[in-house]
Every structure is written in structure tokens, then in C-alpha cells.
Design a protein around this ligand. Structure first.
Ligand code: GMT
Length: 375
């Protein structure tokens, strides 16, 4: 099969769905396909010139007659323009709303037989799916897409329960680029953060939304640090940050917790970490857990959404019930104090990423979907 011209739309700011969409575009471009990103700003991981990759910015003008700027219409308009001018074969959009709905509108506007692939990442179903003012639009976006994928089996099930019953949805897991995410020498960071030789390093990475339950991470860390010398790296920022800072102060953990804010080059931070904590209430996949695993960091995750598909209980980490701080802390202390167990989980994490979530494997699955659509 020949090379394809593929338009990709995602939320370009920091976040797992934007990361996956951008990395997918980069990998497809490496395989010779022509990739056209269509979004409101340049995706943050598209930080240099790439062969076969083009970027089309959606401009939204503010007119005083509009109470809200018409972003969705401007996006559909830009999609239609790019479909026609660049003769796209496929539009691969990430998120049902607004992106799938905009793609369907753009297809009509352009009057071309472009194929639409929609990938569901979670929030569009697990949060927005409960909002009656949006459910019909999400359903429409899903039903009218040519192919719909979701990032975990759990998300497929939730979508079937909440939104559509009669549309087949394929599970295509997220992936990591193992050329970037692997354990590397980052001793300089331990020195920079003044982490002592005997201190274990626990890491949490998120956008600090309530759903991530960062306060549970702090509670668990308070127990861990009273049992063994340890430090906590908090990476990211978001609405819960003020509350989290207050909690850290109240628990007298200020000297042990490092607030690192939004960071790039996470592979270096994972390389100095011994354990990842991802204790969310909802998590359709948990890309950061996968990134950590690729660097040999076992993860304790919660029994929610797709996390148990990413973290294999008692093999690459532990799965605990949401909010069960006692169990989470006990499991963390057990893993961090048993060198052989930790070594085994770390090795199995790397192997699981290679066998189940490697970039080659997953990008091939997407390519297969595109080629079947073009036949
Ligand atoms: O987790 C978030 O709040 C961000 C959100 C996004 O749109 O990037 O993440 C969702 O998509 C990621 C990539 O597929 C998944 O790894 C996250 O689990 C998912 N978040 C939730 O389901 C809450």
C-alpha cells in the first residue's frame, strides 16, 4: 500500500492525548506518510522541523457580536480547506467532541470522500458523557466516524454503556517511543535535587485535576516517608496545586517533597525514580505510568478505567482500590524495601512495554486501520 496523506487534530497543549497524537504523527511521518496537523497552536511535542510534517493553525477571530469565539466552526473550516488543498486521504481526530464533529462537518463542506478515524481518550466519555447537553453530540461524532478506536478495553466498555451500543470500537493502546523512554544515567539530577544515597524516590506526574487525587499521593507518601528515607517528586501543575501545597505544609513534608511544575524530558526524572504513584479516580489509560514503566519504574495504580490493563498487578506494580491509602502505603513500602522484588517488577515493566505497548506495534495497528479504510 502506498503512502497516505493524513490530517491529525488534537488538543495541542500538555496532556496525554496531545502527546499520543503528536508522537503518532511523528512515527507515521518516519514511515513516509505525509502528516498535516490542524490545531489551535503547534502541538508542544512538535518542537522542531520534521520531514513530512506540516502544521496548519486554526485562527479564531473575536467579533463583538459573538458571546463566545466560534472555535469549532473555524476548526471545521480549516479542516475543509486542508482536505481540499492537500488532497488528504484521512482525518484522524483525537476526542469525539469537538474534533470528530468538526471533522464530519469539514467532510461535508469539502465535498470529498475523506475517511474519518476518531480516537477516544477518556475525558470525552468518562466526564462529558454524563453531561446531557453533550451526549447526543458525542454519539453523533462516534457514529458518523468511519472507524472509532479507544485507548483501553475499559474505555470501549464505558463508551458502550454510556453512549453507543451499535458502533464497533477497536481498542488500540497508547504507546511510548522507546528510543526516548528508557533508563538512562541521570545521577546529575539526584545531585541537583540533593537526594541522598539511601533515599527512595517516588514520582507522581499529572495535570493536578481533582480526578487525579493528588492528595492521596501525599497521604501515601507521608506513610512511606515515616517508614523509610524517601523523597517525592511532583511533576505538573493544575487546579489542585494550592490545596496540595497546603497539605504538604500541614504534614511537615516540605523538605521531602519537590514541586517541579510542568517539565519536559520526563525520561530523566523517571530514571532517578523508584516508584510511580498514579492514584486517580478515573483514568482511561494512564500514559505517564507507561512512560515510567518503559524507564524501569514500577507503578502503583488504582483499580479504575484502563489502569489495570497498563499495570499488571503483582508483576509490574500493584493495583489498589481508589482511596485505600493503607493498602497503597503497605504495597509501596513492601516494594521499596525488597530489592529482589523491585528488580523483578522493574525488569517486567520494561518487558511489558516492549511486548504490549511498543511504538512499532501500535503504529502498525493504526496503519492497518488506515489501509483497510482506503481499500
Ligand atoms: O488525564 C487527563 O486529564 C488528560 C487526558 C488528555 O486528554 O490528555 O488524558 C486522557 O488521555 C490520555 C491519553 O490517552 C490517557 O493516558 C489518560 O488516562 C486520559 N485521562 C483520563 O481518562 C482522566
Amino acid at each position: 500500500m502506498g503512502k497516505l496523506k493524513i490530517g491529525i487534530t488534537c488538543y495541542p497543549t500538555v496532556g496525554g492525548s496531545g502527546v499520543v497524537a503528536t508522537e503518532l504523527g511523528k512515527m507515521l511521518a518516519e514511515r513516509g506518510h505525509e502528516i498535516h496537523f490542524i490545531s489551535s497552536s503547534i502541538p508542544f511535542r512538535l518542537n522542531r522541523m520534521y520531514h513530512n510534517i506540516y502544521y496548519h493553525q486554526v485562527e479564531v477571530n473575536q467579533y463583538s457580536v459573538f458571546q463566545y469565539p466560534p472555535y469549532d466552526i473555524a476548526l471545521a473550516n480549516k479542516m475543509a480547506e486542508v482536505i481540499k488543498r492537500e488532497k488528504l486521504d484521512i482525518l484522524h481526530v483525537h476526542y469525539a467532541i469537538p474534533h470528530a464533529v468538526c471533522a464530519i462537518l469539514a467532510k461535508h463542506m469539502s465535498n470529498r470522500d475523506i475517511k474519518i478515524v476518531t480516537t477516544l481518550h477518556g475525558t470525552d466519555i468518562t466526564v462529558l458523557g454524563y453531561d446531557p447537553s453533550l451526549t447526543d453530540a458525542i454519539k453523533f461524532g462516534i457514529e458518523k466516524s468511519d472507524v472509532v478506536t479507544a485507548v483501553s478495553k475499559a474505555l470501549v466498555e464505558q463508551t458502550n454503556e454510556l453512549i453507543v451500543q451499535n458502533k464497533p470500537i477497536q481498542t488500540v493502546y497508547n504507546f511510548v517511543d522507546e528510543r526516548i523512554y528508557h533508563k538512562r544515567d541521570a545521577k546529575h539530577l539526584r545531585e541537583e535535587f540533593e537526594i541522598k544515597e539511601d533515599e527512595k524516590v517516588i514520582i507522581h506526574v499529572s495535570n493536578f485535576r481533582t480526578v487525579k487525587r493528588v492528595q492521596d499521593v501525599i497521604k501515601a507518601f507521608a506513610n512511606i516517608s515515616s517508614a523509610m528515607p524517601s523523597r517525592l517528586l511532583l511533576v505538573g501543575d493544575g487546579p489542585e496545586m494550592t490545596r496540595v501545597c497546603k497539605q504538604v505544609r500541614e504534614l511537615n513534608l516540605e523538605d521531602l517533597v519537590l514541586f517541579l511544575g510542568k517539565q519536559e524530558n520526563l525520561e530523566e526524572l523517571y530514571s532517578i525514580s523508584d516508584l510511580m504513584l498514579l492514584l486517580s479516580e478515573k483514568e482511561s489509560f494512564g500514559l505517564v505510568a507507561l512512560e515510567a514503566m518503559a524507564c524501569g519504574v514500577p507503578c502503583i495504580g488504582t483499580n479504575t478505567g484502563g489502569l489495570p490493563e497498563v499495570v499488571t498487578h503483582q508483576q509490574t506494580g500493584f493495583i489498589c482500590e481508589v482511596g485505600d491509602i493503607e493498602d497503597i502505603s503497605t504495597k509501596a513500602i513492601q516494594l521499596l524495601s525488597d530489592k529482589a522484588l523491585h528488580q523483578s517488577y522493574s525488569q517486567q515493566s520494561i518487558e511489558t512495554v516492549k511486548s504490549k505497548f511498543s511504538a512499532d506495534r501500535i503504529v502498525e495497528q493504526y496503519e492497518q486501520i488506515y489501509f483497510e479504510l482506503m481499500n
